[in-house]
Design a protein around this ligand. Structure first.
Ligand code: ADP
Ligand code: MG
Length: 657
């Protein structure tokens, strides 16, 4: 596989450099530096600009480096605690300047009257005084590089080794010539040279630009290679499903599929028919109808007598999916559910039925990855909100496959730029179009002191037989007084609508209590659900037309959008009320954005602008690669160029054989 930091091949070990003996070699090893590539890619952690400047152009308090003549004998005064002050007068650019060094009394011997000297420090324009930090001896001047070397050697020692590598080794890899021209990039060797031996800030910037592009370009090529490898060809992967049965099933659906759903289903079916393992992401905004598309795929699998596993991140979601699929299939598939709360007896029963191939579709949480869950012939794995699972969890499930076909569903509208890094090795099907008759959710922003108005609006909805979600961010008494916690809000609603109409569900409840509460809400026994963000993903109660989000400023745009997606799931007009007294401009902006658009992709782009992709997925998505110069949270534009370039490049390579 193409390696990122491999531009000298073959790469001699560090000890082939004259300056590196066994002792230094061991020290470098501690820094994980083994060969010459590791050396040239061990970039400076920072620079110090000690270029000599004209002091007449300096402003008060500037950090300056100047050259001048020593005019007086330096004097040193000592204080208590070993502290000292060295004072000397110098003539600098025609000015008579007092230069003071604190706690470097030994510099006295280095300063001789009538001799030139260079110093750097902070300039006091009013007193014509330099509070000096450094006396500079070497003649080269300019930029000083600092390396992170863990205290095992000096930056200067390391610089010498770097210089030797440049002198002795042939850098055989470089970016393609046409790309260097198009983006006005340096050669990789030149760029590395400038970073290690800089002359001015401009060179450093240009060099960084080149290395950034280089890193992202190679990264994209790697992704493409991985994608190729993952699509293993094997006759066994061919799923010759019963097209007629599938078509017949689609006829029975209570609605017509949208064209995006049809296209996605076709793409999936085409993957299944090929002798190649499927590796596809099904991306679609909340409520866009991904579930039925996944359902069609599992039905196709069933027609050849094979099995499907659907893994979801939460118990609530597992229940929801289980119910949806039971409804969709109405006895056509044998569906089972396995989660952490499944009883032992039930579990044993399911395990047996699964081994014997009696279960067509197993829906569950990460309980599915347990070793004692053995399928007869698992030929399709669907995961919902896959970024909530670790790589290993996914792998453990994938390893149970008979025919490896994986379909990832996500409602997180991932900006394109990000999806190409995180899902770059997958095929993507996108559902953009909402089912017919859907009306955009009308969204309003209200202050806390307008809560009564919100309650009145809700009363009208309940009267029409609709349901409502009330979202509160916290369970316990909060530190900040104005933050309404879930208990308090529950009180507010029961006072108004009576306990018989209001259900409470939060994260601290036992899963079975939570599930029972959710069920009462789903069955419309109670029309109002007060909850924390447990409803963030996957709940489907088409009758719900009203959502209130308290302390909406506490949530990011993508969470708010996910929450809002719980309403507007039928042809009825739905409403979302953000109750918030935002304190920051950023929070206000979020409220304004939410009230101005319901387009998940637009929101995700705005989100990206506001936050940067670094924390787009939160902690779970720590799988983002780390580079030496490029930073995915900032350089996504470069990334896009690198991606296009990589695709072109690979195509050209292929054409050239
Ligand atoms: P997602 O999983 O993408 O958030 P769902 O699959 O849960 O969305 O679908 C949301 C709702 O829309 C469900 O009630 C589903 O039955 C309904 N639905 C799905 N596709 C269509 C369609 N083509 N026309 C009408 N309703 C649909
Ligand atoms: Mg869904």
């Amino acid at each position: 596989m193409l390696a990122l930091y491999n531009i000298i091949t073959p790469a001699p070990p560090v000890e082939d450099m004259k300056g590196v003996g066994p002792k230094l070699r061991d020290k470098l090893l501690e820094l994980d530096i083994k060969n010459v590539n590791d050396i040239v890619f061990h970039l400076p952690s920072g620079y110090e600009n000690l270029t000599v400047m004209n002091l007449t152009e300096a402003k008060h308090n500037d950090k300056v480096t100047v050259a001048g003549l020593v005019k007086t004998e330096p004097t040193v005064a000592f204080f208590r605690g070993g502290k000292s002050r060295l004072t000397v007068f110098m003539e600098v650019n025609g000015m008579y300047v007092k230069v003071v060094f604190f706690n470097q009394p030994y510099l006295k011997d280095k300063l001789t009257v009538g001799e030139p000297a260079r110093v750097s420090g902070k300039f006091d324009l009013h007193k014509l005084e330099i509070n000096a930090q450094k006396l500079i001896f070497d003649a080269s001047g300019g930029f000083y590089v600092k390396y992170y070397l863990g205290g095992v050697m000096h930056s200067k020692t390391f610089s010498k080794i770097v210089a030797e590598v440049f002198e002795k080794c042939i850098f055989n890899y470089d970016l393609p010539e046409d790309l260097k021209q198009k983006y006005r990039l340096l050669s990789v060797r030149e760029a590395l040279w400038h970073l290690h031996f800089p002359k001015n800030p401009h060179d450093i910037n240009e060099a960084r630009r080149t290395i950034k592009f280089y890193e992202l370009f190679i990264f994209q090529l790697q992704l493409m290679e991985k994608r190729k490898q993952e699509r293993v060809r094997n006759e066994r992967y061919i799923v010759n499903y019963d097209v007629d049965a599938l078509r017949e099933f689609i006829e029975t659906l209570p609605f017509e599929l949208t064209s995006d759903q049809k296209r996605s289903a076709n793409e999936i079916c085409r993957d299944l028919k090929q002798n190649i393992s499927m590796h596809r992401l099904l991306q679609g905004d909340v409520g866009s109808g991904k579930t039925i598309v996944a359902g069609l795929a599992s039905y196709a699998i069933k027609t050849i007598g094979d099995q499907t596993a659907l893994m979801v991140p939460t118990e609530v979601l597992a229940n929801q999916h289980y119910q949806s699929f039971m409804e969709i299939f109405d006895g056509r598939l044998n569906i089972a559910k396995l989660t952490g709360t499944t009883s032992r007896r039930e579990k044993i029963h399911i395990q047996q039925a699964l081994r014997e191939g009696e279960i067509d579709l197993l829906i569950g949480t990460h309980a599915l990855i347990e070793d004692d869950v053995i399928f007869k012939r698992l030929s399709l794995i669907i995961t919902d909100e896959q970024h909530r699972f670790g790589v290993n969890q996914r792998k453990r499930l994938n390893d149970k496959s008979y025919r490896k076909n994986v379909l990832y569903m996500t409602a997180t509208p991932i900006p394109r730029t990000l999806s190409i890094t995180t899902f770059g090795d997958m095929d993507v099907s996108i559902i953009k179009e909402m089912p017919k008759g859907r009306k955009p959710v009308e969204t309003y922003w209200r202050r806390f002191d307008e809560t009564d108005e919100v309650l009145n609006a809700l009363a009208a909805e309940i009267k029409q037989g609709h349901s409502a979600y009330i979202v509160a961010p916290l369970i316990e008494e909060s530190e900040t007084l104005d933050l309404k916690n879930v208990q308090e809000i529950f009180q507010l609603f029961t006072n108004r609508f009576g306990e018989e109409n209001v259900e409470l569900v939060h994260g601290r409840m036992k899963p079975e209590d939570k599930a029972a509460g959710m069920k009462r809400f789903e069955d419309h026994e109670k029309p109002v659900l007060v909850s924390t963000t447990v409803i963030e993903v996957g709940i489907n109660v088409p009758n719900a037309t009203f959502m209130v989000i308290f302390n909406a400023e506490r949530f990011g745009l993508s969470t708010l959008h996910q929450l809002r997606g719980r309403v507007g799931r039928s042809d009825k007009q739905s409403y979302c009320i953000l109750v918030s007294d935002p304190k920051t401009e950023n929070a206000k902006l979020r409220m304004d954005i939410m009230t101005s658009t319901t387009d998940g992709f637009e929101l995700s782009e705005r989100d990206l602008e506001m936050r940067g992709p670094g924390d787009y997925f939160g902690v779970r998505q720590s799988g983002l690669p780390q580079f030496k110069v490029a930073d995915l949270s900032e350089d996504y534009r470069v990334l896009e160029h690198a991606r296009i370039s990589a695709i072109d490049y690979a195509a050209k390579m292929e054409a050239d054989g």
